[in-house]
Design a protein around this ligand. Structure first.
Ligand code: GDP
Ligand code: IMO
Ligand code: MG
Length: 434
């Protein structure tokens, strides 16, 4: 029996959706604990490619319970749109999906604020423009509206009026916010709420009851460690707790009921939006990684910035999440490269740094110090047994494990479920993955 948290170890888009979908077979439920529809988790099943923004990546498995915890922020029209897309694929959420009634809503005025702030500031973040930051601001300021509040439409209507008036009072006169009508928002949101109201529950109660019954829960993180509001490259972060700690506050399941944390690690690094990225490649190699890895945002379609693996960042992710093991994704993308690089240290103003300096100003001046490893230059695409990997590829994996001091339990060689190698490491056995 094991309850496991899955976190991104880099700046998001590590392949969490594929890994969660693949291993959810061994669990009873999948719970999202933070973030909103800024996330884009891609799952490929047969010929279908499904991008999930809010619904947990376990939804495509029959009989699995999927839960949106209280730590998630919900854009109701985006949620109903996603559910209707799933219905078209014959995936019915009824009796299968639950929504924590204390999850906060992302409302149209949050999206306007998000876009206008990101355009006007001198420190542009390159957000997804989905209103995520302003929704979490309202939650922390204790004025946010929770999905369960909509059971009382009059209360919802009053809160909308107060919030819109308050925001209009604090923005410049040219802001699009002045055209926002709280009554129109009310009329727009209520039908979407009615579509999902039967899914609302006390998420903490549902999850804890399942754990009491011996069921196994997978907690699905969105974004990644370096985008976490506390642990990430602040201020170039998202506004939620993407690291393992967020799973407890975002679902109401205590830390000692969770057995461990699995990190998802892409075989190279990507980042969308602004902010420091020491191993970024702005050359042909970066372009080749982007082309081979199809590195274009699953949510906004923006090209992702690409670079080599960064062991400094990864060791930091291992520490702050207390990772027990990792899933290495997109190994196949590295196939043609004659030489692969792993950043082992940073040079900063004549000094060598071996620990992640969690300060944007320092990080943006850091130069990577690389260890070079010979590439295998053979196809690994779709390989699903360790014995099928070229010798040089296995040497790369061994070296990576040694550098990071952690076992790799899962290797992904393609977007599909069966393009996966599950290794019988002690942790994988303990968690029932193999
Ligand atoms: P997430 O946000 O962490 O779930 O990751 P995304 O879905 O945003 O981005 C990962 C992309 O890589 C998706 O298009 C996946 O289908 C794809 N993918 C996942 N694993 C592999 C793999 O091992 N090899 C290849 N080539 N693609 C993969
Ligand atoms: P998944 O779950 C990659 C980035 C944005 C921006 C910053 C803040 O698919 O890995 P926000 O809209 O959250 O306020 O934007 O965070 N970002 C992501 N980057 N993957 C994601 O999610 C992301 N969610 C947000 O690009 O730099
Ligand atoms: Mg993504």
């Amino acid at each position: 029996m094991a309850n496991v948290i899955v976190v991104g170890t880099q700046w998001g888009d590590e392949g969490k959706g594929k890994i969660v979908d693949t291993i959810s077979e061994s669990f009873d439920a999948v719970a999202r604990y933070q973030g909103g529809n800024n996330a884009g988790h891609t799952v490929v099943v047969g010929k279908e490619k499904i991008i999930l923004h809010l619904v947990p990546s376990g939804i495509l498995r029959k009989g699995k319970t999927c839960i949106l915890g209280n730590g998630v922020v919900i854009d109701l029209p985006a949620l109903t749109h996603e559910l209707n897309q799933l219905r078209r694929l014959a995936v019915k959420p009824e009796g299968h999906l639950y929504i924590g009634k204390n999850a906060h809503l992302v409302l149209p005025y949050h999206q306007i604020l998000d876009k206008e702030r990101d355009q006007s500031t001198t420190r542009r973040l390159g957000t997804t423009g989905r209103g995520i930051g302003p929704a979490y601001v309202d939650k922390a300021a204790r004025v946010g509206i929770r999905i369960g509040d909509l059971f009382d439409p009059t209360l919802f209507q009053e809160r909308l009026r107060t919030n819109v008036a308050d925001k209009q009072a604090h923005v410049p006169k040219e802001s699009a916010l002045h055209a926002v009508d709280p009554e129109a928002i009310f009329r727009e949101q209520m039908p979407h709420f009615r579509e999902v109201q039967t899914f609302l529950v006390d998420a903490s109660s549902v999850l804890n009851r399942m754990i009491d019954e011996g069921k196994k829960i997978l907690f699905e993180g969105a974004q990644g460690t370096l985008l976490d509001v506390d642990m990430g490259t602040f201020p170039y972060v998202t506004s939620s707790s993407a690291t393992a700690g967020g799973a407890c506050t975002g679902t109401g399941v205590g830390p000692t009921r969770i057995n461990g944390v699995l990190g998802v690690m892409k075989a190279y690094t990507t980042r969308v939006g602004e902010g420091p990225f020491p191993t970024e490649l702005k050359d042909n190699t970066g372009d080749e990684l982007r082309n081979r890895g199809e590195e274009y945002g699953a949510t906004t379609g923006r090209p992702r910035r690409c670079g080599w693996l960064d062991a400094i960042c990864l060791r930091y992710a291992i520490r702050v999440n207390d990772l027990r093991t990792v899933a290495l994704t997109k190994l196949d993308v590295l196939d043609p490269f004659p030489v692969l690089k792993i950043c082992q240290a940073y040079r900063y103003r004549g000094q060598t740094l071996e620990e992640f300096p969690n300060e944007t100003d320092i990080l943006s001046e850091c130069q990577p110090v690389y260890e070079e490893i010979e590439g295998w230059q053979e196809s690994t695409a779709g390989r699903n047994a360790i014995g099928e990997l070229p010798k040089k590829c296995r040497a790369f994996l061994d070296r990576l494990e040694a550098i990071l001091g952690i076992n790799i339990s899962i290797i992904s060689t393609g977007p599909e479920r069966d393009q996966t190698i599950l290794l019988p490491t002690p942790t994988a056995k303990q968690w029932g993955l193999v």
